[in-house]
Design a protein. Sequence first.
Length: 144
Amino acid sequence: MLMRTDPFRELDRLAQQLTGVTGTWSRPSAMPMDAYREGEDYVIALDLPGVAKDAIDIDVERNMLTVRAERRPAAKADDVQMELSERPLGVFSRQLVLADTLDTERITADYEAGVLTLRIPIAERAKPRKIAIGGESNHKQISG
């Protein structure tokens, strides 16, 4: 139902872990996701722990779905001294090419417990349907 668009995503993720460099608007980090079919919907679940709901942007243009989010540093008092900071901050993005069999006009999004869940209905034209067989044919046979 969707196609991967970035073959180097895993390499980028590994480099980010090794260098500690976080995503920027010009070079965002990828966010982990699951994608599966559930009944008549295609479901995409993206992990965005610690991201405020208003820092998530979801766009669809033709069959390209783009999710961007920014995890900002928590506001701290002047007397706070950070001892350890392992949670990545910065910009995260994911682009997915959606199949023509999905109804991009009716995508819904929910955000709960740090997981963004997108539900994309299967388009009516892509659902299996029965074809009725008509009665006697009125076609003439052509003999040669």
